[in-house]
Structures are given as structure tokens and as C-alpha cells.
Design a protein around this ligand. Structure first.
Ligand code: UD1
Length: 417
């Protein structure tokens, strides 16, 4: 098994190109299944969640071809409808294949979703809208089986926002003859992006980017070429890698409009930035202020996916900070490894009380999930001595060339095999 080895204490300086977005790519790949033809995705990140999704699509009958960051999906011959257990269990987002396979095949079997170990992550909202669309769903021995004669149009208000449930409903509606109205939809950029892709493919959608979507599906779809947008969470992670080392990092191709809440926190901590012909130039040398209180929220609020990375930074900022995690209940898994590195963090229900210190120490730690894993690498960059992070495969689920990029910024970081 490989591991990441970081020798801390160097301020990161230089430039990094932001990869394509994981959470935008996965639903678009699922959407490609709706069309009996070819989809070409540019700027598609080389990460294991995407390659796992490729393997799933292949198992269903698709042919996939990758050249660098261009991924071609040939979905002319989708004959399967079962998502293989091994992939479905480890990748929660495979659940969004439900909507598209129901649309294409009228039936689907998916393992009850796995993914990051960050809480219960139920799928009740997905199943509720499916039932309203005339889809019969049952759970048998850890597998979800769904089928329908014809997907029915419906009007539905989600009781609260869910990115995945909104995407699944959009995908099913795209294949449904008639008008589906979805209210209280998630407005994350990745949902908007899915709508943009489907529109390009030939689906009629009104309200793109808002919480109310009107979808008229069932139309003839066409071969589509589409560019995956930059990853806002990867951008935020490199920004905070600069912050934790008090460095100066320039982000190329950062989706700046989607980073507002992250940049607000960065500024509050003392970070400085400006935009210069498409680049985001950041200076973290004055980072020194704690964040008295911050809640994770649905977009455009501060994203839960940035919470552990922020926690690592705040662990190095003297004074008291509080983060309230409002989206996923078990997302404080890095508290114990951070505390072993010398941080002083106390968890009280949904709150993490962080008493910052300037003296993190290198340790042997274990990544347990994607974002928490990245946060431990950041902590290692700021710690005295050597930090070894086991289970880097979690980090490769979502970050392309993470260690190589940090090393290019001057971090002393290697992958030991
Ligand atoms: C997506 C993102 C993930 C991000 C999250 C919140 C992808 C592949 N993943 O996950 O990175 O952290 O949005 O921005 O895009 N919930 C229910 N019942 C449901 C569905 C969700 O109770 O049927 C709850 C969840 O437990 C959670 C909240 O709703 O508390 C939000 O979850 P949701 O937006 O669905 O997250 P995901 O789509 O799984």
C-alpha cells in the first residue's frame, strides 16, 4: 500500500492549474447514458471516481475512450441495467445512474449507495420523487431495484435541498414525455451544469440555475461535445494549502464566481487576493485571524466539502474558531488525527471548537475519506517534522495529481510506494 510523506514547514509559492470538477463530471457522465449516441467530455479530470464511473458505464455496454482530459462515451449499445456492487458501494454518486438508466432502460439495480464515510446519507428524497414519477422501487438485500413502464411527468417540491436527488429527478424527467416541475431544487453549480449539458443534448429545460426547474423531456437527443467546468472544491483546497503554509499561490482557471463564500472566509482570516486576467492571485502571509463562527450551508453558503480543509487551517491560527457542520453529521473524522498532530479541537454535537496553535507536529495518520484526507495533507504541510498519511486512494477519488501539484508549489511531499 502506498502512503504520502510530507515534510512540513515550507510556504507554498507558485501557480497551479485547477482541474475539471468531479461533482460536475459524474452526473454528466450518467446523463450520457440517456442518449443512444456519442458524448465527448473535455476537461474531464483524471481521478478514480471518474475512472470508476467509466468502468460502470462499460459494464452496462458503453464504450469509453480517454485521451488526456478528453473522455469519449459511446452509449449506442447500453444493454445492462445493474451497477456492479464493487463500484456502487464505494461511490455514492453511482446512485445518479438510477434516473438515467430508468430513462434509457426502464429499469435499474444499484447497490445501496456507499461513498465517503461522512454520515448516514440516506436516499429517501430520491425514492420519493421516483415514486411520484410512477417508478416502482424496492430494496432487497442491500440493492435498490427500480422499474417503470413509462416515467410519468409530475410536479414536486423537495422538502429540503439535495444535490443528488435534484440531479436524479432531472435525469428521469429528461427521459419523460411531458412537463415535470421541480421546486426547491438544489442550486449548486453542478446542478446548473447538468442542465446546461442536457439542454445542449436536446432536452428542454427552463429555470436553469434557479430552485425551480421545468423540464420537458422525451425529445430526440443528439451527439454532444461539452466542457466540464473547473472544480470549485479543488480550487478552495489549493487556496487553503497556500493559507496553511502562509504562502503565495496563484490559481489558474479557478471558478472565481463560485468561490465567493470561500474567499470571504479566506479574507476574514487575513488572506489577500486579486484577479488578474483570469488568474486568482493569493497572498496568505498575513493569515492570522480565527473565524469566531461559521456554518456549512447549501450553495452559495460555505460548502461542507471545504469544512475539514478549513479546520486544518484554523488549527494553525491562534485564537478560538467554531465551525458548525450543518449538512453531514459525521464529518468531523479528522479531529482525532489533527489532535494527535497537536491541534486542540473539541467536538460538541455539530460544532467543532478549534483552539488554534502554531505548533502542529508531524504524525502517522490515516485518511478515512476524500476531503478529510486532503485536509490531513494540508496539516502535514504546516507541521514540524514528517507526517505520513495512509490511504491516499481516498484523495485520488477527487484530486488529480494532488501531491505533484503541491510539490510543484514547493511542498516537500512524496508518494512512497
Ligand atoms: C453532493 C456532493 C457532495 C457534497 C454534497 C453537499 C456529488 C457527487 N456529491 O452529495 O460532494 O458534499 O452534495 O453539497 O455531487 N439527504 C437526505 N435524503 C436524501 C438525500 C440527501 O436526507 O435522499 C440529506 C443528506 O444526508 C445531507 C443533505 O441531505 O444531509 C444534503 O445531501 P445531498 O445534497 O443529497 O448530497 P449528495 O448529493 O449526496
Amino acid at each position: 500500500m502506498d502512503r504520502i510523506r510530507v515534510e512540513g514547514g515550507r510556504a507554498l509559492c507558485g501557480s497551479v492549474y485547477i482541474q475539471g470538477s468531479k461533482n460536475a463530471a459524474l452526473p454528466v457522465m450518467a446523463a450520457a447514458v440517456l442518449h443512444r449516441g456519442i458524448t465527448v467530455l473535455k476537461n474531464c479530470p483524471c481521478i478514480t471516481d471518474v475512472s470508476d464511473m467509466e468502468r460502470i458505464l462499460e459494464s452496462l455496454g458503453a464504450r469509453t475512450m480517454r485521451r488526456g482530459h478528453v473522455l469519449t462515451l459511446d452509449c449506442r449499445d447500453i444493454h445492462g441495467f445493474c451497477v456492479p456492487l464493487e463500484y456502487g458501494r464505494r461511490m455514492r454518486s453511482s446512485v445518479i445512474l438510477m434516473g438515467s438508466l430508468l430513462g434509457r432502460r426502464g429499469k435499474v439495480t444499484v447497490p445501496y449507495p456507499g461513498g465517503c464515510t461522512i454520515g448516514r446519507r440516506p436516499v429517501d428524497l430520491h425514492l420519493k420523487i421516483f415514486k411520484k414519477m410512477g417508478i416502482y422501487v424496492e430494496e432487497r438485500r442491500g440493492m435498490l431495484h427500480a422499474s417503470c413502464r413509462e416515467i410519468q411527468p409530475t410536479e414536486h417540491r423537495f422538502p429540503f435541498c439535495s444535490v443528488g436527488a435534484t440531479e436524479n429527478a432531472i435525469l428521469a424527467a429528461a427521459a419523460c414525455k411531458g412537463r415535470t416541475v421541480l421546486k426547491n431544487c438544489a442550486v449548486e453549480p453542478e446542478v446548473k451544469n447538468l442542465c446546461l449539458f442536457l439542454k445542449k443534448m436536446g432536452v428542454k429545460i427552463q429555470g436553469t440555475g434557479t430552485d425551480c426547474l421545468v423540464i420537458e423531456g422525451g425529445s430526440q437527443l443528439k451527439d454532444t461535445e461539452f466542457t466540464i467546468p473547473s472544480d470549485r472544491i479543488a480550487a478552495g483546497t489549493y487556496l487553503f494549502a497556500g493559507a496553511i503554509t502562509r504562502g503565495r499561490v496563484t490559481l489558474h482557471r479557478a471558478p472565481v464566481e463560485e468561490l465567493t463564500s470561500i474567499l470571504q472566509v479566506y479574507e476574514k482570516m487575513g488572506g489577500q487576493y486579486y484577479r488578474n486576467s483570469g488568474k486568482l492571485v493569493t497572498d496568505s502571509r498575513r493569515i492570522r485571524y480565527p473565524v469566531p463562527y461559521l456554518e456549512t450551508e447549501a450553495y452559495p453558503g460555505f460548502p461542507t466539502d471545504m469544512q475539514s480543509v478549513l479546520m486544518s487551517v484554523l488549527a494553525t491560527v491562534k485564537g478560538d474558531s467554531v465551525i458548525r457542520e450543518q449538512i453531514f453529521e459525521e464529518r468531523f473524522k479528522i479531529v482525532s488525527p489533527l489532535n494527535r498532530m497537536g491541534a486542540r479541537i473539541l467536538v460538541d454535537g455539530r460544532d467543532a471548537l478549534i483552539h488554534g496553535t502554531s505548533a502542529l507536529k508531524g504524525q502517522h495518520v490515516f485518511a478515512e475519506e476524500l476531503r478529510g484526507g486532503a485536509a490531513l495533507v494540508l496539516a502535514g504541510l504546516a507541521a514540524d517534522g514528517v507526517t505520513v498519511i495512509e490511504n491516499p486512494h481516498f484523495i485520488r477519488r477527487g484530486y488529480e495529481n494532488f501531491c505533484e501539484n503541491l510539490a510543484a508549489l514547493g511542498g516537500k511531499i512524496t508518494v512512497d510506494r
